[in-house]
Design a protein around this ligand. Sequence first.
Ligand code: AMO
Length: 431
Amino acid sequence: MLRTHYVADVGEKEQGTEVTLAGWIEDIRNLGGIAFLLLRDKTGRGQLTCIKKEAPDIFESLTGLTRESVVAVTGPCQKNERVRNGWEVLPRRVTVLSTADAPLPMGVADKVNVDFDTRLDNRFMDLRRDEVQAVFRIRDTFIAAAASFLAGQGFLQVHTPKITRASPEGGTEVFRIDYFGRDAYLVQSPQLYKQMLMATGLDRVYEVAWYFRAESHDTTRHLNESTALDVEMAFIDSEEDVMAVAEGVVHASLEAMAAERAEELALLNVELEVPRLPFPRITYDRAVEMVAEEKDFTWGQDLGTEEEKMVGRKMEAPFYFITKYPLEAKPFYAMPDDDGRMARGFDLACRGTEIASGAQRIHDPALLEKRLRQLDMNVDNFADYLRSFRYGMPPHGGFGSGIERFLMEALHLGNIRECILFPRDQKRISP
Ligand code: AMO
């Protein structure tokens, strides 16, 4: 490797020895006879102190660099109390690995506010900033902790197709693609596939899934390409079994985020609340009563953004479930309750924003087909899916939880685009 140490790995032991650091030159202060440079790698920043008369060539080469150029620098590391991390490196050999153009499209270390579009246009630079990287380090911990929790509960990680012929979550909001002359779609969610897997005996599966949705929403909480944690489990008694897994995932990941990402959370000024289990549950009917205290609302509709916020303000706990939705507010695959009026579906919300939704599913193929027809959906498009229900399909259920949506709420970020590397929305398809 080009480096012997990351900045954060330089400790007492290294002081007095030679090290090679490699990274970006964030700042250059040339005082004439002496220059101080700040070298940044993924673990932090270290000072390079260059004295002209001791190493004139190296002094020239380093002070002549443009900011954000990439170098490998070798030299003795010495203790220096006046430097922030207590040591400095005196460069004796320098390899310039890449020279940055000037001026930079945006600053990395500067505290000046850059508008969000400029940041996204230059995401490779934006991501050099600590607070921006922090989100993705926390995201990594969230997914790893969720995966570890689910593995502990006997779930198998799977990967289902993203190109498909049928669209599970409604017909209009799909991206159509040309599949060798045939119409195909990008999946809106792994819904149909994760359910088909329940007919295999794998019993408990999860996927870190891509959702592609051609929704024309232009909001701070919608993306046209997003990721989700999708879970499906068989042999359940009711949707309560699914909710127990959903709250377990959220709880375990928040605990891991708080324990392992204190530094990143501090950069974002976030004090993470790890809520108590179980999360409170309120029925849809109760949520409608709460909404009706503030505005007219017709029973039977799904709760919109405004209504979700109203409920969120009235709930004491940050995370809570809304259960027992009217059948018409849930997708065709949701299991109807005994009287056929309500669905065994639920949403999980965080302070007034839906972060997950799930249900016990219909596992009787005749009922499933009836529901598709009732909703005027083309049964032929679901032939493969329906077939998997005809040869032994256990009762099952699951949920899908938007990863960006969850992070946005947990980290109090104002825009969901902060939580995905290269956001896709109506206006943005590059970079
Ligand atoms: P639903 O459509 O409610 O359910 O989506 C599940 C969760 O995914 C996230 N989400 C989104 N995040 C960002 N931008 C979007 N456009 C977007 N759409 C959805 C939300 C939402 O709660 N198949 C079912 C899940 C299931 O029943 O298993 C489904 O897709 O956090």
